[in-house]
Design a protein. Structure first.
Length: 411
């Protein structure tokens, strides 16, 4: 489940992806050759002479274009359809065997499926419409209508329909995945924004209280008013910083998208003990390392709640996808001006249960965590550990910040 999009793409679709594409194209080329040779032999046996040459040459041209489709899918589709349309007209007026033949139909199917899968909607619809026109145009080359729809036309229509389905299905699946991923991001942004709203409200309330106290101080001890104004300035700066984070989180949250209404209560490192205790009830021991309480007290509330969220989501996924893990380590440490959270397990390699997190069909828990961490200017890494096990490491910026003294009230 925990696979970073960038790491997954680089590791799985880099050199290995290119090799896979070369192998797929080599297999496709072999299929083209077999189909073209088979159809040429049938034409030679039924028509005699060299009638097979035109079909073989035209089909080979379309198949060659199909093999080169990745360079420019739109132009490849246009070129293939143009060759096919020319072949249909030539067969119609020159009395040649019906076109497109199986080899050409297969090449067109590859071009149509590739276009429908990858090109913009209008271009993809245009290519699909062109493929349908060529398939229907094969009626012009039919030599008999005695048995209803000619077999060559039925073959071309069936091949075209299969190509459209093959291209449209993954396109719709990708669109659904993007929509779900965006909904997860949106919900995470709004949830964190609600938490930050509480933080800002806390700061503003403090400013009001300090301003009221400053008025009293200014009346009774004018020489101490400077200290009160300095405290108000610090509180205002903190409130502005939190407001900037809220604006950053909501910059793409327009449109009324909803999020989970699980409350805006802030949870921090002091609650991790309870969280770990509930996880240990499932039978897995957890080693918990936390910084001193005086250190965590100075963390911004949004950082503290994000630490809790990272640990919560990581433990949830260990319970779901690593049933063979024997022990878990949760570490929260201070590293200069950052807080580093690591959750690691010792599950051996192999199947990790339903929806194994090592596969490409994982859930969206990591996506939500990443959105939250990166919104605060941090980083998130997730992946297998050397030897065995899995780890999630989040680094959150948390500059040292001295707590403000409470305003003094002279009586």
């Amino acid at each position: 489940m925990f696979i970073q999009a960038g790491e997954y793409g680089a590791g799985r679709y880099g050199g290995g992806g290119r090799a896979w594409r070369w192998a797929a194209d080599a297999l496709l080329a072999a299929v083209f050759v077999v189909v073209l040779a088979f159809w040429a032999s049938l034409i030679a046996s039924s028509w005699g002479g060299g009638y097979w040459r035109f079909d073989c040459a035209a089909g080979a041209a379309v198949c060659a274009v199909a093999l080169a489709r990745r360079r420019d899918r739109a132009w490849a589709a246009v070129a293939g359809l143009a060759v096919a349309a020319t072949a249909v007209l030539a067969a119609r007026f020159a009395g040649l065997p019906a076109e497109p033949g199986p080899g050409m139909a297969l090449g067109l199917a590859v071009l149509v499926a590739s276009a429908v899968r990858n090109l913009p909607v209008r271009t993809a619809c245009g290519v699909a419409g062109g493929g349908l026109a060529v398939a229907v145009g094969s009626l012009l080359t039919a030599h008999t209508f005695a048995a209803g729809v000619p077999s060559v036309t039925a073959m071309n229509l069936a091949t075209w329909a299969a190509a459209v389905v093959a291209g449209l299905s993954p396109r719709l699946l990708d669109a659904r995945r993007r929509a779900v991923a965006e909904a997860v991001r949106q919900a995470e942004r709004l949830a964190l924004a609600r938490e930050l709203h509480d933080v800002v409200a806390h700061h503003v309330t403090g400013i009001v209280v300090q301003a009221q106290a400053a008025r009293l101080v200014a009346r009774r001890s004018p020489e101490k008013a400077g200290d009160a104004l300095g405290q108000i300035e610090t509180a205002g700066s903190d409130a502005l910083a939190a407001m900037r984070r809220v604006v950053g989180l909501l910059r793409v949250a327009e449109g009324g998208a909803g999020g989970s209404r699980d409350g805006a209560a802030l949870t921090g490192p002091e609650r991790l003990g309870d969280l770990v205790g509930r996880f240990e009830a499932g039978g897995r021991p957890v080693r918990l390392r936390l910084p001193r309480e005086e250190e965590t007290a100075a963390w911004p509330p949004e950082v503290a709640s994000t630490v809790y969220r990272v640990v919560q989501e990581s433990l949830t996924n260990i319970a779901r996808h690593a049933p063979r893990a024997r022990a878990v380590t949760v570490s929260v440490e201070r590293d200069r001006d950052a807080v580093v959270v690591e959750v690691a397990d010792d599950a051996p390699p192999g199947p990790r249960g339903p929806g194994a997190r090592g596969g490409s069909r994982g859930g969206y828990g990591l996506l939500g965590m990443r959105e939250r961490v990166e919104a605060l200017g941090g980083t998130l890494r997730a992946g297998p550990r050397p030897g065995s096990g899995w780890s999630v490491v989040a680094t959150l910026p948390a500059p040292h910040h001295e707590p403000r003294p409470e305003p003094r009230r002279d009586r």
